[in-house]
Design a protein around this ligand. Structure first.
Ligand code: ADP
Ligand code: TRP
Length: 338
């Protein structure tokens, strides 16, 4: 049976300099997915820079982070010939569609959206007023995200658990527009839950996160990588003690990034005793250098030749607008009875 062409879309928010937790949990799986889509399928990958504006008001920083994320995806193997790659802010059709969708979005949906609820919970925990520091961009975040998705007649949105609800909101908004006008105005998208990539712990044992100051940078120099790896917390058991690998932070980090043979060697060294933490750190550092050196070089190249990246993004934006314009017009024709 011939495979019907599908549109698959993913957005990435430029909100922080990438660390290896982002790499194993988001960047690597997204690129593997992109490079394995069916020949007939359309794959879209975009930098969600307007979503980042909700949180980042420092313009040079936002500019830098947007650059970094675009270069990182290219350096890690995203192929702009295969995937439509652009910046959200270059597609004005998305913002017109957002305005339209607003009129069909029950306010109650927004009250229940995870990103907003998480911000309210944070405020409540700090004894602050519920809506302190929350702007309308964050509150209505799922509507812009719905426009990101619906503008291309997207079929599938591969996402992590935390984003499934946002895709369901997009499907609900599209569904209610279709029901109201009794026709298929917008394609109903589906979330595809990416296999739960494991959470990589940071150098202190908590989840690796830019917020915890416990990261191993994705594109650090060898010296920076070394500093971060050597700083991974260890206990003071004797080198010859037989240890349970599951109790050892270094082992958990290795499991997230090292090839199976290295993980097995570390596992055996810990179980049998005799392998010191310093040795494991050296092995881990070598794994990181092997995995990242070439990507880092490409990343540095793109960062210092950003005009080339801008050119790719601009070409992507032109194509994306060509896809979004007829969808937007289709919606306007229906709602204004043109
Ligand atoms: P951070 O926790 O550093 O603020 P973000 O929340 O911006 O990172 O996450 C960006 C992406 O990277 C998300 O898809 C998230 O699931 C993934 N990610 C972040 N930290 C980790 C981690 N420690 N292990 C696995 N994936 C992670
Ligand atoms: N909200 C997503 C995140 O925080 C990013 C995003 C924006 C997105 N628009 C999207 C993801 C559309 C998928 C589809 O990670």
């Amino acid at each position: 049976m011939e495979h019907q062409s599908q549109t698959i879309l993913t957005g990435v928010k430029p909100t922080g300099t990438l660390h290896i937790g982002n790499y194993v949990g988001a960047v690597k799986p997204a690129i593997e997915f992109a490079n394995n889509v069916n020949e007939n399928d359309n794959h879209i990958m975009f930098v969600a820079d307007y979503h980042a504006v909700n949180a980042i008001k420092n313009a040079p920083l936002l500019n830098q982070l947007t650059k970094e994320i675009a270069c990182a995806y290219l350096a890690c193997g995203l192929n702009p010939e295969k995937s439509l790659f652009y910046k959200q802010s270059d597609i004005p059709e998305l913002f017109e569609l957002t305005t339209i969708l607003m009129a069909y979005t029950p306010k109650g949906f927004m009250n229940k959206a995870h990103a907003y609820k998480a911000a309210v919970d944070k405020n409540t925990a700090r004894n602050e007023p519920a809506d302190a520091g929350i702007n309308m961009g964050l509150y209505t975040y799922p509507v812009l995200m719905a426009a990101d998705i619906l503008a291309y007649d997207t079929d599938i949105v591969p996402v992590g658990k935390d984003q499934v609800q946002h895709v369901e909101i997009a499907a609900d908004i599209a569904g209610s527009i279709n029901a109201l006008y009794e026709q298929n105005v917008l394609k109903i998208p589906k979330a595809s839950l990416s296999e739960t990539a494991q959470i990589l712990p940071g150098t202190d044992g908590q989840k690796m996160s830019k917020s915890y100051n416990n990261v191993i940078p994705l594109f650090g120099t060898d010296a920076e990588l070394k500093k971060a790896v050597m700083g991974i917390k260890t206990d003071c058991q004797d080198i010859n003690d037989k240890k349970n690998p599951d109790d050892i932070l270094l082992y958990h980090i290795a499991k997230g990034i090292a090839p199976d043979c290295v993980v097995q060697e570390i596992e055996a060294g810990l179980k049998n005793g005799g392998m010191g933490y310093g040795t494991i750190k050296k092995m881990l550092l070598q794994v990181l250098i092997d995995e990242l050196a070439e990507k880092r070089e490409k990343y540095m190249y793109y960062m210092s030749h950003f005009d080339e990246v801008e050119h790719m993004l601009a070409r992507g934006a032109t194509k994306a607008r060509q896809l979004a314009t007829p969808v937007l017009n289709r919606v306007k024709d229906v709602i204004f009875n043109r």
